[in-house]
Design a protein around this ligand. Structure first.
Ligand code: 5GP
Length: 119
């Protein structure tokens, strides 16, 4: 069994969050430091630290993240205008919480996909 994470504690209701969706597999809640008018984190209830830890048996669970993202985008009324789904993995992507999660970002023009490298 993996150690608890910040997000596994949110999944279990031990740390408060604005939960927007929850089922046996997936939980979604608003990001505490939103980078866009809509910024939701969609997490598997099971702890998978990073994309590097994903296994073949996680296929349906990971697909479910997209189904929940689509439903939430409709609920937030950003589906038509468009939105970004983002998953950070490891150091170069600045992953902060080692419990795999998908960011759902929208509600404004999101600009370029990645920032330019510093000179
Ligand atoms: P990462 O950089 O790992 O892809 O994203 C982690 C995200 O978790 C960040 O956008 C950060 O704002 C969010 N976050 C960190 N701590 C908390 C928290 O306690 N509650 C919520 N709702 N979001 C958090």
């Amino acid at each position: 069994m993996n150690e608890e994470t910040l997000f596994s504690k949110i999944v279990k209701g031990e740390i408060p969050a604005e939960i927007l969706y929850q089922d046996e597999q997936v939980t979604a809640f608003r990001d505490i430091n939103p980078q866009a008018p809509t910024h939701i984190l969609i997490v598997p209830n099971k702890i998978i630290p990073t994309v590097n830890d994903v296994e073949e048996t996680d296929e349906a669970l990971l697909g479910r993240l997209f189904i929940v993202a689509r439903k939430l985008a409709e609920q937030e009324e950003i589906a038509e205008d468009g939105y970004r789904l983002l998953v950070n993995c490891g150091r170069n992507a600045n992953q902060e919480v080692f419990h795999l999660h998908m960011h759902l970002l929208g509600g404004r023009q999101l600009g370029p996909m990645v920032s330019r490298p510093r000179r």
